[in-house]
Design a protein around this ligand. Structure first.
Ligand code: SAM
Length: 563
């Protein structure tokens, strides 16, 4: 049973689906998200309201214009809550509805009445997420625009005090700082959002249910015939887990029969890939190196006018058209400029996740399916916390606020992707709403594999392989993985298994003989999310992002003297 506030959010969302360029509705929904403790979603809606309102003062500079349906008795129907299926059924009747509802532009007077609240909500919620750099930019813009002394400028000035506090801490200065003299590049751009399974998300499967496991095992049979997906109890690693015995029931891969050392046990291809290399010699679909032009089967170009989109084979070309390229064919020029050429190497990994998101959006549009229903996405682990309606969220004080969130990567750039794909981001809200994007990011951040550049050592390629990523981690893994055009697991042999070493305070070193290679029937297939040659402290640091906490595998626990 939905609580009144969730019900109100559902109603407002349903209204937005039929009146998508109405800034009032976005502002209303932003307020509801604020109350629900989702400052990230509130900021995104406030930004949508702001972008639409800007069209009132600059109609020629804006592609989408603020307008609203004028209420009619029929329109009232749209305010009653509909679930996803009911909504789809109603879409067909929508054309008739439109004839009954007049759509009118939002006026300058309405702009004047709304704009203060829009800035106040946007800036307050960006601050709550910890996105201080963009909060500052919008705060300064709002203060410059709004009448001094208004309620909204009071809110903005309060928020700017928070920003100044962060700036002083960052620059290690005690002195008062003038707002105009702040160097915004020194403020943090990235904050955090709650990593939760949204209560209105109807796409997430019950992955441990027998029928879902059966489905996954049918898929796995083609890719890893000697392996099986099973439910497994893992130690809970997240920050809130204080009890060592607390477990998290998840999935893992297991051997169905004995596997010899060096045997390749899994081969998987995926088109959910991304690269930040511009104009590269890699296949656009699978990211494998392109064959020579003189090869018997030379590379295949896109026929739709994408000069830099090249595939390693006709098969990759055809699959790409069907899976993701169809919707973006011919739109390469605009799309190429998003998320590549990143000036600060520290941001490269985050921008690769954005590019992965872009690929998922292209897949969704090409196949005309919700991104969260894509087979590459639906069953992968998202490391979600339970949603607690009574808990509010700020970047500083919520255990579930662990999903990196920024104005650029979660709000602005995804909108740019949609616009470059010639999709109206407002009309397509039901498919590409911010909670959908956050859910995609949560899934990608725990499961994507990456490859580093041989040029500068920075991350340059990443991919989600939905079956490969079901394998859990150990610092004493029994497989190695390799990723060319396809990703593989190969059982380790005797010389490749990890040596356990620990050093006592008096300098004495203790080592354990490494395990034998190969994998016995019913053993879990254990991958490695970090370089297993590193000492325990470094391994734990490297793997903590993908694990959601510090590794407690047998080797780590032994090497860190925790047993
Ligand atoms: C790539 S997924 C692995 C598959 C996942 N168990 C599933 O159900 O799909 C990574 C997540 O698995 C869990 N995990 C993997 N190895 C683990 C380990 N050694 N100890 C505890 N949790 C682990 C963590 O929650 C991590 O975020």
């Amino acid at each position: 049973m939905a609580t009144p506030i969730l019900q109100a959010r559902a109603e407002k969302t349903a209204q937005l689906y039929t009146d998508p360029h109405n800034p009032y509705l976005y502002l209303d929904r932003a307020r509801l998200y604020e109350q629900l403790g989702f400052p990230d979603l509130a900021a995104a809606d406030a930004y949508r309201a702001l972008s639409l309102l800007e069209s009132v003062v600059d109609p020629d500079g804006c592609e989408f214009h603020a307008q609203k349906k004028v209420d009619s008795p029929e329109n009232d129907q749209a305010t009653t809550f509909k679930n996803e299926t009911e909504r789809e059924e109603e879409d067909e009747d929508e054309d008739e509805d439109d004839e009954d509802n007049a759509i009118v532009p939002v006026t300058q007077e309405e702009y004047d009445a709304l704009i203060g609240d829009v800035y106040a909500i946007l800036v307050r919620n960006l601050v709550l997420c910890g996105c201080y750099r963009d909060a500052y930019e919008f705060g300064v813009r709002g203060i410059g625009l709004l009448e001094a002394g208004s309620a909204a400028t009071t809110v903005l000035n309060e928020q700017m005090e928070q920003v100044k506090k962060i700036y002083r801490a960052r620059t290690k200065s005690e002195a008062e700082v003038e707002l105009g003299l702040i160097d915004s590049a020194l403020l943090p751009a990235q904050g955090y959002a709650r990593r939760v399974l949204y209560p209105w998300n109807e796409h997430e499967p019950d992955r441990c249910a027998p029928e879902e496991l059966k489905f996954l095992n049918e898929r796995l049979a083609d890719v890893a015939p000697k392996c099986e997906v099973r439910a497994v109890a893992l130690p809970a690693l997240h920050a809130g887990a204080t009890d060592e015995a607390e477990v998290s029931v998840q999935l893992g891969l297991f051997a169905k029969e004995d596997i010899a050392a060096d045997e390749i046990i899994l081969r998987e291809n995926s088109l959910l890939t991304a690269t930040n290399r511009l104009h590269d010699d890699l296949c656009d679909a699978c990211n494998a190196p392109l064959p020579e032009l003189s090869a018997a089967e030379p590379p295949v170009g896109c026929e739709g006018g994408c000069a830099d989109t090249i595939f390693c084979s006709q098969a990759c070309h055809d699959t790409a058209q069907r899976v993701y390229h169809g919707a973006i064919c011919g739109l390469e020029d605009g799309l190429e400029s998003i998320g590549k050429d990143i000036p600060d190497p520290k941001d490269k990994a985050d921008y690769l996740y954005l590019l992965l998101l872009g690929r998922a959006l292209a897949m969704s549009a090409t196949q005309d399916v919700d991104a969260l229903e894509l087979p590459e996405v639906k069953y992968i682990w998202g490391d979600f916390h339970d949603f607690d309606i009574n808990s509010t969220s700020t970047a500083q004080k919520n255990d579930s606020a662990t999903l990196p969130f920024s104005f650029q990567l979660n709000i602005l750039q995804p909108m740019r992707f949609l616009e470059e794909m010639e999709i109206d981001p407002y009309v397509s809200l039901s498919r590409y709403d911010t909670w959908v994007l956050n859910t995609l990011y949560a899934k990608f951040r725990g499961t994507a594999s990456g490859r580093l550049s041989t040029w500068d050592g920075g991350p340059e390629l990443c991919a989600v392989h939905p079956l490969w990523c079901l394998a859990n981690h150990s610092c004493d893994p029994n497989v190695r993985w390799e990723w060319g055009g396809e990703i593989t697991f190969r059982a380790r042999h005797d010389e490749e298994t990890a040596v356990w070493v620990r050093t006592y305070p008096d300098g004495k070193i203790e080592a354990k003989p490494p395990a034998k290679g190969g994998i016995a029937k019913d053993q879990e297939i254990l991958n490695h999310y970090c370089d297993i040659g590193l000492p325990v402290k470094e391994r734990r640091e490297w793997a903590s992002g993908a694990l959601g906490g510090l590794c407690r595998c047998d080797r780590c626990v032994w090497e860190a003297f925790e047993v």
